[in-house]
Design a protein around this ligand. Structure first.
Ligand SMILES: Cc1ncc(C[n+]2csc(CCOP(=O)(O)OP(=O)(O)O)c2C)c(N)n1
Ligand SMILES: [Mg+2]
Length: 337
């Protein structure tokens, strides 16, 4: 990595990446438990995809744009989205920027350039291409990253977006987070061809990476981002990981699969990161334990704090439909209250 960083800088960057992965993992555990306790309605766990997302995030500039999907908590945490923002969205409380109107796990974070998550899969891809078109037109030095799962590559939007981005040589990184499952459908039943190879059909550059390893992912993402930023067109990255948890808190994967990668096993992205950092001499078991308990403390404390925030007032549902409230809405609001 010396070609990218040196000395202390590299150590700091790598430890920050690890710290984001740990915080995301603790966050995940907390929300899944809270959902089981009836304190949260729904959640899409990210366990197993931390290295993919943090590795790509490390390669970006703060003003690059991200059109993310519903499973990108580690990405958001690493780019500096406060845990409070994620909790407010999941809880749908009155501090939530979408005023509790979105389904949980449908985040946005304007300050860190994360757009709003949409439920229909891959609909974020054409939007990312549109944004990249504007960036190119304005001659800005930004790239756009859009994320999606393996299953999402079977949608028309995936193909239309990749084609258009390539035709115009747009600065887009298509990050396919191949966690090997689309709810209950395994990737080998989803497609006969490896996902990264689909780039070639559109004249884009495709690359596959071990998405369980944050350093490998970072290396590949850095090259991809440099390439896109220099005007050479879009890159499709297939980052292969494993969805360790259920699709969502409404799903029971034991009904359709036997265990693949399990938490704490040698392919768990956090275990791999710890090994990598220990080999580099950047971390010890003692530091790991301290970082984990600190991350847990932060998540527990913030959760309790945000849980006390009241839900949005019902009358706020009439706001934001139009810039100026129309007479019909005013009348309806008056009758309802
Ligand atoms: C266009 C569309 N079709 C179907 C669905 C229902 N659905 C929600 S998530 C999902 C699976 C997506 O799998 P994948 O793209 O691999 O992402 P993952 O959830 O594994 O991260 C499906 C089919 C949807 N939301 N949108
Ligand atoms: Mg998937």
């Amino acid at each position: 990595m010396t070609e990218v960083f040196n000395g202390q800088e590299e150590k700091d960057v790598f430890l920050r990446a690890y710290s984001s992965m740990i915080l995301s993992r603790m966050f995940d555990k907390k929300i899944v438990t809270a959902q089981r306790q009836g304190r949260v309605g729904f959640y899409t766990p990210t366990i197993g995809q931390e290295a993919t997302q943090v590795g790509v995030s490390m390669a970006l500039n703060p003003d690059d744009l991200v059109y993310e999907y519903y499973r990108d908590v580690p990405f958001m945490i690493h780019r500096g989205v406060p845990v409070e923002v994620l909790l407010d969205q999941i809880m749908g409380n009155s501090e939530d920027s979408a005023k509790g109107r979105q389904m949980p796990s449908h985040y946005n974070a304007k300050a860190q350039n994360f757009m709003s998550v949409q439920s229909p899969v891959a609909t974020n891809l054409p939007l990312a291409v549109g944004a990249a078109y504007a960036i190119k037109h304005r001659k800005e030095n930004k790239v756009v990253v859009t994320t999606f799962g393996d299953g999402s590559t079977s949608t028309p939007d995936f193909h239309a977006a990749l084609n258009l981005a390539s035709v115009y040589d747009l600065p887009v990184i298509f990050l396919c987070e191949n966690n090997q499952w689309a709810i209950s459908l395994p990737v080998e039943k989803q497609t006969k061809v490896e996902i990264w190879k689909k780039a070639e059909a559109y004249g884009a550059y495709g690359v596959k990476v071990d998405g369980n390893d944050f350093l490998e992912t970072f290396k590949v993402a850095k090259e991809a981002v440099d390439r896109a930023r220099s005007g050479k067109g879009p890159v499709l990255i297939e980052a292969v990981s494993y969805r360790i948890g259920p699709h969502s808190t409404s799903d029971d994967p034991s009904k359709y699969r036997s265990e693949g990668i399990t938490e704490g096993s040698e392919k768990d992205p956090i275990v791999i990161a710890e090994k990598r950092l220990k080999d580099l001499g950047y971390i010890t078991d003692e530091i790991i334990d301290k970082m984990k308990s600190e991350a847990k403390r932060i998540v527990d404390q913030k959760f309790d704090e945000r849980e006390k925030i009241p839900p949005p007032k019902p009358e706020t549902m009439y706001d934001d439909v139009y810039k100026e409230m129309t007479w019909i809405i005013k009348e309806e609001k008056g009758e309802a209250l």
